[in-house]
Design a protein around this ligand. Structure first.
Ligand code: ZN
Length: 117
């Protein structure tokens, strides 16, 4: 089998809101990221600052992403409305192999529907 790439936004259309972006939601994940600046905010500095606190600004690793370790995909969903992608048994899809197939299958179905109308 040869390799194949698909652009998610040209394959996905949320049935609920027509958005074309999917987000991956992970649980039990360990994320490491560099930190760059720290800001001390004294209590009362703004109305919403109830206690002395420090805000951290996050940097990025060389590849531009935080490093994620462990964790597992809980679901894939529409980034806009949270519509969850499910297989034919109504189980949330939780691995990229199934998502890949789902995207291709559903794009084909959408195109078939367009052609029959
Ligand atoms: Zn949506």
């Amino acid at each position: 089998m040869s390799s194949k790439s698909i652009g998610v936004s040209s394959y996905f259309e949320c049935p609920s809101c027509k958005c074309d972006t999917i987000e991956e939601v992970m649980i039990d994940v360990t994320i490491s990221t560099t930190i760059s600046d720290m800001h001390f905010l004294p209590k009362g500095y703004q109305d919403w600052v109830m206690n002395d606190s420090v805000e951290v600004e996050y940097g990025l690793h060389d590849d531009g992403n935080p490093t994620t370790e462990y964790g597992q995909v809980d679901r894939y969903q529409c980034v806009n409305c949270g519509w969850v992608i499910r297989d034919e048994n109504e189980n949330a899809i939780t691995n990229p192999e199934d998502l890949f197939e789902w995207l291709i299958e559903h794009k084909e179905n959408r195109e078939k529907e367009l052609n029959t109308h």
